[in-house]
Design a binder for this molecule. Structure first.
Ligand code: ADP
Ligand code: MG
Length: 638
């Protein structure tokens, strides 16, 4: 593995790279950069999303163009406005020490005269969407006759979107002796056609297997009746309180509808599709990047290439028409070395598509069940307990302690905890207690995981364990960990479900005692790991509900360092990207949102400042009022 320096980049770029914190080149960069720097050649590079393609063509282009000249020398075509802006911003950062550099973005929906003016000022590099570019060429607002380097970024998607003619037209205005660099995640026929037509003996580099999905992503599918799709989506979200996700729908209409329903049901969601105005799309993307929106409902085209790290889940609300698209979707998560989950909600008639996808991604799906209402309640409760546990106590409260104490003088600790948690818990509980099971049985499930029937069997026990994603586990790692620790066989641990700071798993009832005994006073990497029977499926064997006092708890405070940020950043907080800033200026508002549950936080999202302006508002009444109205409203949908 080489360094950026060894790839031959100049001082200005290396300094910018240092500022950006890139430590070493990614694979596609390592392969493409020296090649492109060395000679003027055509290149076809296949690499999945998130592999750093922008820098792979951006650095060589920045180094090769003549910055002292004001002639346009580089042209980058990309499918969407969002990508166009993203690439422009990246290039500006890469070239921050290249004095005199002017990178201009050209895309539809914004003032064409402003863009033309910016080009006239001497843009050495233009990043454009094909439609607007063609428009500007025909109006003679740009001159690309002296282009030396052209890039077709996300070429497969541009062709998918029907830009073939536009691209052909645009390239016909560029000189024949330029170099063309084509970047694509997949290599369908159309892309090879365009490569043949416009490129001369291109060097081809491939990173990873073609069409292969990222390794950090696990794939799950959930079989439901088509009419339960939306309910299933809500449950998947409720079962993952810290979800930060992109939800893919097939059409713009469905995208809009699902987003609207989610918002109406109190989730922090937003829609991203081509029927929205550019301004609306910008606002949605900004909120998503800032994590003010937890669920971005999007069409494939609108979400293509969008570079947002930290996405925990991709949810395929519907499968794409072209199964190749699945790779792009699932590639939105599992980035920057983190693990991610790609979930697919399918109806029975679509299950065969799962098989075809497995062949393309060369990975197996795990069939899972939509969480039951009680599972969700437990997850929400434990998540809240964890948040409260991790919340720094606010000393401002000291002066009220006496009067609060007085109010609760006859309430013992357990009772108090119960009451306190009921504020949040009852809302979920009331909503879900009579909810039906959404899972549909499927013959396919039986050839999974050693033929075990996960159904409603009472032969297995479900456990809670106080380690989760932030401790570096995903379901596979946790399963392996448990099997190894307990010296169990391949299929003895199942239904492993990893949440942010805790998880669940099942074993046969027979080994329950062994599991519980093993995890008495068990320490892993210096902290106590608690395992308890989960109330959901282990009611008969329950009873060890001493979690709140457990040793593991206190230990966590000091120990759980690694991914702390997300864990202590519950929904309300996530709305601001610059949390620290707000904490200093408005620590009261910040605190308040920390202690509250999820739904009420979500709800205030679309109302923005309300929570902060309304600082006198009593938390208790706010949560309980939203509590009664949200489930009621959504229940109508059932
Ligand atoms: P792609 O176009 O392949 O989908 P991007 O070029 O958008 O990927 O890069 C994805 C993210 O990775 C960006 O945030 C980018 O800043 C970052 N990145 C690129 N190269 C490196 C590197 N060598 N080290 C660390 N981060 C990188
Ligand atoms: Mg890209």
């Amino acid at each position: 593995m080489s360094t950026f320096q060894e790839l031959g980049l100049n001082e200005d770029l290396l300094n910018a790279i240092t500022d950006l914190g890139f430590e070493k080149p990614s694979e596609v960069q390592e392969k493409a950069i020296p090649l492109l720097l060395e000679e003027d050649k055509d290149l076809v590079a296949l690499a999945q999303t998130g592999t750093g393609k922008t820098a792979a063509f951006g650095f060589p282009m920045l180094q090769k163009i003549d910055i002292d000249s004001r002639t346009t020398q580089g042209l980058i075509l990309s499918p969407t406005r969002e990508l166009c802006l993203q690439i422009t911003n990246e290039l500006k950062q890469y070239g921050k020490y290249c004095k005199g550099l002017n990178v201009t973005a050209i895309y539809g929906g914004a003032s064409i005269t402003d863009q033309a003016r910016s080009v006239k000022r001497g843009a050495q590099i233009i990043v454009a969407t094909p439609g607007r570019m063609k428009d500007m060429i025909s109006r003679k607002l740009v001159d690309i006759s002296k282009i030396q380097y052209s890039v077709l970024d996300e070429a497969d998607e541009m062709l998918n979107m029907g830009f073939y003619e536009d691209i052909t037209d645009i390239l016909s205005h560029t000189p024949d002796d330029k170099s063309t660099w084509l970047f694509s995640a997949t290599m369908p026929k159309e892309v090879s056609t365009i490569a043949k037509k416009f490129m001369y003996d291109p060097t081809e580099i491939t990173v990873g297997n073609r069409n292969e999905s990222t390794n950090n992503v696990s794939h799950e599918y959930y079989l439901v009746n088509a009419r339960d799709r939306y309910q299933a989506l809500k449950r998947l979200s409720d079962a993952n309180p810290d979800i930060f996700s992109v939800i893919f729908c097939r059409t713009k209409r469905d995208t809009q509808k699902v987003a609207e329903n989610l918002i109406e049901d109190g989730y922090s969601a937003g829609a991203l599709h081509g029927d929205l105005s550019q301004n609306q799309r910008d606002i949605v993307m900004k909120s998503f990047r800032n994590k003010q929106i937890q669920m971005l409902v999007a069409t494939d085209v609108a979400a293509r290439g969008i570079d947002v790290d930290d996405i925990t889940h991709v949810i395929n609300y519907q499968l794409p028409d072209e199964i190749e698209t699945y790779t792009h979707r699932s590639g939105r998560t599992g980035r920057a070395g983190k693990s991610g989950i790609s979930m697919v909600i399918v109806s029975k008639s679509e299950t065969r598509k799962i098989k075809s996808i497995e062949r393309i991604i060369k990975k197996q799906f795990e069939q899972k069940e939509i969480p039951s209402g009680m599972e969700i309640c437990e997850v929400q409760l434990m998540s809240l307990a964890n948040k409260i546990h991790n919340t720094e106590a606010n000393d401002e409260i000291d002066k009220y302690i006496a009067s609060i104490n007085e109010l609760f003088v006859d309430t013992d600790k357990d009772e108090l905890i119960k009451k306190f948690f009921s504020v949040e818990f009852s809302r979920f509980f009331n909503y879900y207690q009579k909810s039906k099971d959404l899972t549909v049985s499927d013959s396919r499930g039986s050839d999974r995981d050693g033929g075990r029937d996960y159904g409603k069997s009472s032969n297995d026990t479900r456990y809670f364990i106080n380690v989760g994603r932030k401790d570096g586990f995903d379901w596979m790692k946790l399963k392996d960990f448990l099997k190894e620790q307990l010296e169990l066989g391949r299929d003895d641990v199942f239904k492993v479900d990893v949440k942010e700071s805790f998880s669940f798993f099942n074993t046969e009832n027979e080994i329950k005692e062994k599991v519980l005994a093993f995890f008495t006073d068990f320490k892993h990497e210096g902290r106590f790991v608690n395992v308890e029977v989960s109330e959901n499926r282990g009611r008969s064997g329950g009873g060890r509900r001493d979690r709140g006092r457990g040793r593991g708890r206190d230990d966590r405070r000091s120990g759980g360092g690694r991914n702390r940020r997300r864990d202590d950043k519950p929904r309300g907080d996530r709305r601001s990207s610059d949390r620290g800033e707000r904490r200093s200026s408005d620590s009261r508002g910040d605190r308040r949102s920390s202690g509250s549950g999820n739904r009420s936080d979500r709800r205030s999202n679309d109302r923005g400042e309300r929570r902060y302006d309304d600082s006198r508002n009593d938390r208790r009444s706010e949560s309980s009022s939203s509590g009664s109205d949200r489930p009621r409203r959504s229940r109508r949908r059932d």
